[in-house]
Design a protein around this ligand. Structure first.
Ligand code: ADP
Length: 456
């Protein structure tokens, strides 16, 4: 059985309250019990002192002074708070019996060396009995004094108290449970409100936020945390939508181009050169599509964490020179001068294959977005352990800079000048850098080119 949260709180409160109540009740009962018996025992002692004052000895025999007067004075009152007196010698023969004893005898242990208090039955009723050895002036025990007082009233008082406590305990426990349950349900009412609102949030209503409680307590923090989480989910959903829209756009554009070209070709017979030209265009667009799909595949493999990275010690100067060699036809075509300032001592720890993709991407972007006949500067800082790619192209505006590592993001400038691209290259490069713990950043002053920095 699973208890509701409010009932669990109520149970904890009730158990704590019941344990405290039990302790208090036990203490009350104990104190009353002790006081009642102490009171009776004090009465008995007073009586004993009274009797001992009136005792006199003749040898080992006990003689009562003022016996008659004393008997009349106190022990005629049989019914009202009776005190029973009995003096017995060492053979348990009575020397004195108060008249309220009638024909009965009080319990007596003649061998008792010290005073003692006992609960005994007398004439069918409970009595408190004090027994005191009677000693002569020399200290010799010559008899026993027994003083009995009725226990009925005290026993009744204690019995009534016990019954009252036993009835009060479950009642109090029940009241505490109901009160705690009510207080707990009031306390968690705002949680129900949060649950209700949260249940209604779906893809369409992801902009909804939980109402914040008036007091800045734990519930307030919970609602704020959930609201922050919703904000993150909302922006991730909107990025996902944007990525899907971008993929569709990137796929549709070349497909539309291919289809349009083929339709035009079919409309009427053409010269062989025209066919060759259109087929060339279709092939270019197919290549573009192919590249896009390859990059998407690459990204999804990276997302799944499928690309292993083994760190090697790389001689950076030779490594970059080798990549530049591969790109030399495009560098020549763009008439770009590449100035590489990497000392022969520069080494880094990286996965050579993955680093080649990153460097290739930065070089290709610098060539693509840099000016025709411009300059690319590649440099290494040994102090900062950074490899920097600088170009002299249009650069990237401060507003667009934070997004260039997002998938499919392309700056307005690069879209407008129709530089071919998919907006995936930097996303892949960034992901590969992260995999090797290489920090990748971009800075730019619009009009003065872009700087891409790899920090190892
Ligand atoms: P792609 O070049 O295929 O569009 P990237 O992911 O490599 O995709 O780059 C994302 C965007 O960042 C580019 O579309 C471009 O707008 C901008 N960008 C990247 N490198 C540069 C650069 N060197 N100069 C100016 N803009 C750049």
């Amino acid at each position: 059985m699973t208890l509701k949260f409010k009932n669990r709180i109520a149970w904890f409160n009730t158990i704590a309250a019941a344990a405290s109540t039990l302790l208090v009740f036990a203490a009350v009962y104990g104190v009353v019990h002790h006081t009642a018996y102490q009171h009776l025992d004090n009465d008995i002692r007073e009586e004993q002192e009274d009797v001992f004052e009136n005792l006199h000895f003749q040898g080992d025999s006990i003689v009562l002074r003022e016996s008659v007067e004393w008997t009349e004075k106190e022990h005629q009152q049989v019914e009202v708070n009776p005190i029973f007196l009995q003096i017995a010698d060492l053979e348990n023969k009575p020397v004195f019996l108060s008249s309220n004893l009638k024909n009965e005898r009080l319990w007596c242990d003649v061998s008792l060396p010290d005073p003692g208090f006992f609960n005994r039955q007398f004439d069918g009723k409970q009595i408190r009995l004090g027994q005191f050895p009677i000693r002569t002036n020399t200290g010799k025990i010559v008899g026993q004094l027994s003083v009995g007082v009725s226990l009925v009233e005290s026993a009744l008082l204690l019995h009534n108290l016990l019954i009252t406590l036993l009835i009060a305990f479950p009642l109090l426990t029940l009241i505490v449970f109901l009160a705690s349950s009510f207080a707990a349900s009031r306390g968690i009412a705002p949680i129900h409100q949060l649950i209700k609102t949260a249940q209604n949030i779906d893809d369409q209503t992801i902009g909804t936020r939980l109402p914040l409680p008036a007091r800045q307590d734990e519930l307030y923090r919970l609602a704020t945390t959930i609201n922050e989480l919703l904000t993150r989910i909302e922006s991730s959903l909107s990025r996902e939508k944007q990525v899907t829209a971008n993929i569709s756009h990137e796929l549709r554009t070349p497909l539309a181009g291919i289809r349009g070209t083929l339709e035009v070709l079919l409309r009427k017979p053409r010269e062989p050169e025209q066919y060759a030209q259109k087929i060339e265009y279709v092939l270019q667009e197919t290549d573009r599509l192919n590249k896009l799909l390859e990059q998407l595949l690459h990204l999804s493999r990276l997302d799944a964490g499928a690309v292993p990275s083994h760190l090697d010690t790389i001689d950076l100067q030779a490594f970059v020179a080798n990549i530049l060699e591969k790109w030399s036809p495009i560098v020549a075509e763009k008439q770009t001068s590449v100035d590489c300032n990497i000392p022969s001592s520069a080494t880094v720890q990286a996965d050579a294959g993955l680093l080649e993709i990153i460097v290739g991407n930065l070089l290709s972007n610098a060539l693509k977005y840099g000016n025709q006949g411009g300059k690319i500067h590649i440099s290494w800082s040994d102090a900062a352990k950074t490899l920097t790619f600088e170009d002299d192209g249009p650069g990237i505006s401060a507003e667009q800079l934070p997004f260039i590592f997002d998938r499919f993001y392309r700056t307005d400038a690069s879209r407008n000048v129709r530089i071919p691209g998919t907006g995936i290259g930097l996303a892949i490069a960034k992901k590969l850098a992260d995999l090797q713990r290489i920090k990748m950043q971009a800075t730019s002053e619009p009009g003065k080119g872009a700087h891409f920095i790899l920090q190892f």
